[in-house]
Design a protein around this ligand. Structure first.
Ligand code: CAA
Length: 395
């Protein structure tokens, strides 16, 4: 994208009344319903069923799902605005929301059959059921095409065997989009996607991961032991799985960038407030130039992240008509926003001093939560690889 196009893309982002409405709805919900319980859930690691269900009822779990399939029928800009507001108060809720919206609903909309959409989209988009996405394995994270889980066709079903890891929402999910090898000799072209119902024999939830951050979002392994998946639950064709996984991750990365922006803003706003209140050496600490420079760096990176996210959201919207990939925009937004979240959370702890290290304030939670945005849905190193390959024409 040229600078002129970029500027015009950003300028054209005059938010509609509908955008303002969903942003306000998400903001109010986060303040009134999530803020009072966020610290407790972080401490206990208990999944916030109640608030997630309420988010579903508000339409936040399937924002881009067409209304005919039970969703809110809005666009990607609406989605990023809402996810930013939720994550600003609690990144754990943001994670569950992001997986449901981007990794599950988006994949079903793009690649599902009419029957699959009818059956699975409405309950997930309304938050009555929870979705998960399972690509990673113990020996293949970044090298996603190198998976070992097998799916062998046997009559009218596939038999799945293997072990998946780091599956967000797996301990609570009703439906998981799973990627498995149907033709290992074809490497990434032998991967196929499946919609797996978790209440069937052979689906075993593994140990829940004890995590540094986003502790209220549940993560675990999944073990498949002779799991029988009906052929009608195959998502796309045999061998299309890797392309589906990557296409869906492009959408996911726009979401994680918005989650990161929310965390960055939370850390920034807490820092501003503290600098205007805390005194040292006879003056407010906001008077010190050393800390003012931190404010300038945080604010500038936050606004740059926002523009990259809006640019990616617009590119994703455009792709619906042009069919063009927005891989570059999604990776740049995720890379920059996640590193901004980590930067701002780090600065916020430093500005708060001892109080930043204490569980009495949410700042230490922002710090722990920010880190995952540089890791999941493709590490910062993978995003740099994707961006550079794109620019060098190596994709
Ligand atoms: N969209 C569509 N197709 C794509 C694509 C995209 N974004 N990226 C690659 N492809 C296609 C390529 O065009 C190519 O197609 P052909 O074979 O037809 O030519 C094919 O996929 C293989 O592409 P590459 O050769 O580039 O594949 P690679 O093996 O080198 O891997 C990679 C590329 C970018 C490193 C990729 O493996 C990757 O993104 N890795 C990171 C995985 C990741 O993000 N994991 C997180 C999982 S989810 C999670 O975090 C947990 C959770 O629950 C939230």
């Amino acid at each position: 994208m040229t600078i002129a196009e970029f500027t015009s893309a950003s300028m054209s982002l005059a938010l509609t009344e509908e955008h303002e409405m969903i942003r306000q709805t998400a903001r109010d919900f986060a303040q009134n319903e999530i803020a009072p319980v966020a610290a407790d859930h972080d401490e206990s690691g208990e999944f916030p069923y109640e608030t997630i269900k309420k988010m579903g009822a508000l339409g936040l779990m399937g924002i881009e799902v067409p209304e005919e399939y039970g969703g809110a029928g809005m666009n990607t800009v609406a989605y990023v605005l809402a996810l930013e507001e939720i994550s600003k108060v609690d990144a754990s809720h943001g994670t569950v929301m992001s997986v449901n919206n981007s990794l599950v609903c988006h994949g079903l909309i793009e690649f599902g059959t009419e029957e699959q959409k009818q059956k699975y989209l409405a309950p997930i988009a309304s938050g009555k059921k929870i979705g998960a996405y399972s690509l990673t394995e113990p020996m293949s994270g970044s090298d996603a095409g190198n998976m070992k889980t097998r799916a062998a066709r046997s009559g009218d079903h596939y038999v799945i065997n293997g072990r998946k890891s780091w599956v967000t929402s797996a301990p609570v999910a009703d439906i998981v989009v799973v990627f498995a090898m149907t033709a290992p000799e074809k490497k990434h072209k032998g991967i196929t996607a499946f919609i797996v119902e978790t209440d069937k024999p052979g689906f075993v939830r593994g140990k829940k991961e004890p995590k540094l951050g986003i502790r209220a979002s549940a993560t675990s392994e999944i073990v498949f032991e002779e799991y029988q998946c009906p052929v009608e639950n195959r998502l796309g064709e045999e061998g299309e799985g890797f392309k589906i996984a990557m296409t869906v991750l492009d959408a996911g990365r726009v979401g994680i960038a918005s989650q990161a922006l929310g965390i960055a803003e939370a850390a920034y706003e807490a820092s501003l407030a503290y600098m205007q209140e805390r005194e040292a050496f006879g003056q407010k600490i906001g008077q010190f130039q050393g800390l003012q420079f931190k404010v300038a760096d945080m604010k500038t990176r936050i606004e740059a992240s926002r523009l990259l996210i809006y640019s990616a959201a617009l590119a994703k919207t455009r792709s619906k008509t042009t069919g063009e990939r927005y891989t570059l925009e999604a990776s740049m937004a995720k890379l920059f926003a996640s590193e901004t979240a980590m930067f701002c959370a780090h600065q916020a702890v430093q500005i708060h001093g001892g109080m930043g290290y204490s569980k009495e304030l949410p700042v230490e939670r922002f710090f722990r939560d920010a880190k995952i945005t540089e890791i999941y849905e493709g590490t910062s190193e993978i995003q740099r690889m994707v961006i550079a390959r794109n620019e060098l024409g190596l994709r």
